[in-house]
Design a protein around this ligand. Structure first.
Ligand SMILES: *[C@@H]1O[C@H](CO)[C@@H](O)[C@H](O)[C@H]1NC(C)=O
Ligand SMILES: *[C@@H]1O[C@H](CO)[C@@H](O)[C@H](O)[C@H]1NC(C)=O
Ligand SMILES: *[C@@H]1O[C@H](CO)[C@@H](O)[C@H](O)[C@H]1NC(C)=O
Ligand SMILES: *[C@@H]1O[C@H](CO)[C@@H](O)[C@H](O)[C@H]1NC(C)=O
Length: 324
């Protein structure tokens, strides 16, 4: 009897250990801004959804979200949100158009995005920070406990609100008011050379523009236009992630990036053929192989884990020898 049980348990145990290593990924979202941020989350089509699509984070607050292994999608911060007299919830930047705290679609550009494709191939998570839809908040993505050559902290910690060229700038009210965001050239001008659309829909043809280059020099690890993959896509194996809005800028880092930003001439012209687009992401995520492996539901996995733990305890009580 004990032997039979052991025979059954060994493969089960192997399964348990391999499954439990990859059950889920956690995102810790931290608001280090001096104001409230309302994160919005959009899951990619065809992946298991995440438990929330939008919530408020007061300054200094954080929230932990658990994502299923094969999850993919984007996360951004909405700013300057309010509820009007009819109960309609809207935000000045990143608004998702739902009229509610929860989202059911994209955030309106400009918005700094964090994008993830968990378990996107060879056991790796693909992630990036993107300015393809413009910029509204500084953001840092820090992988924790992951491995891999490209498993590093990424983000855009420079303030691009103020250094934004006037033709891309979004202000709180009309042409006056404080700047609250910086559009991408694609969003601002809608031209194929910035959006990598039409005749510019391939990486060979769609090159960086003077606009995207500004974003790139301010935030070298972030996507500055649709085909910016080479320097902007990062990978980790079995990591959890911390996403911080308004991270305390790294002093050394800030100094060098601040310099680049400050010395970038304000005069920009549109002469360069090129880049930039709201579609970027789709391409990038598509290429990185959105969700090839579907795994069991998290709740299902938890049930298996629980059942196997009990079985393991019983088995151990029969075999006093240490197994591990
Ligand atoms: C909510 O407000 C937004 C922005 O003012 C507007 O576009 C939208 O139609 C409103 N929705 C409802 C249900 O009133
Ligand atoms: C940019 O403007 C937004 C308002 O949308 C603000 O919350 C954010 O803190 C500003 N960024 C910086 C670096 O100040
Ligand atoms: C990822 O790592 C490889 C090998 O070290 C390197 O060549 C590549 O540039 C890295 N990618 C990014 C986006 O840093
Ligand atoms: C901050 O800068 C130091 C020195 O350049 C570096 O070692 C550290 O990793 C940086 N921290 C972050 C969060 O980028």
């Amino acid at each position: 009897m004990a032997q039979v049980t052991a025979l059954l348990l060994v493969p089960l145990l192997t399964l348990l250990l391999s499954v439990s290593g990859v059950i889920s990924t956690t995102f810790t979202i931290i608001n280090s801004c001096d104001h409230t941020v309302w994160p919005g989350i959009l899951s990619n089509a065809g992946v298991p959804p995440i438990s929330t699509t939008g919530f408020a984070l007061q300054k200094g607050e954080s929230k932990i979200i658990t994502a299923p292994t094969s999850w993919g999608g984007r996360l951004w911060g909405r700013t300057l949100c309010s509820l009007d007299s009819t109960g309609n919830f809207t935000c000045l930047t990143g608004d998702c158009g739902s009229g509610k705290l929860e989202c059911s679609g994209f955030g309106k550009p400009p918005a700094t995005l964090a994008e993830f494709t968990l378990d996107g191939g060879e056991g790796l998570d693909f992630f990036d920070v993107s300015l393809v839809d413009g910029y509204n908040l500084p953001m840092l993505v820090v992988p924790k406990g992951g491995t891999g050559q490209n498993c590093t902290t990424i983000g855009c910690v420079t303030d691009l609100n103020d250094s934004c060229p006037s033709e891309l700038k979004v202000t709180s009210s009309g042409t006056e008011g404080t700047s609250v965001g910086c559009k991408s050239a694609c969003e601002a001008f809608g031209q194929p050379q910035y959006c990598c659309s039409g005749a510019y829909a391939t990486p060979d043809v769609c090159k960086p523009s003077t606009y995207s280059q500004r974003f790139k020099s301010a935030c070298p690890q972030a996507y500055s236009y649709a085909y910016d993959d080479r320097t902007s896509t990062f990978t980790c194996a079995s990591a959890d992630y911390t996403i911080t809005f308004c991270p305390t800028p790294n002093t050394s880092k800030k100094a060098s990036q601040g310099q680049i930003t400050a010395s970038t001439p304000k005069t920009t012209t549109t002469e360069t053929p090129s880049v930039n687009s709201a579609m970027i992401y789709e391409g990038a995520l598509g290429e990185s192989n959105a969700s090839p492996h579907t795994r069991g539901q998290v709740s299902g996995s938890h049930a298996i884990v629980a059942a196997l733990s009990i079985a393991l305890a019983i088995w151990r009580s029969w075999h006093c020898r240490a197994l591990f």
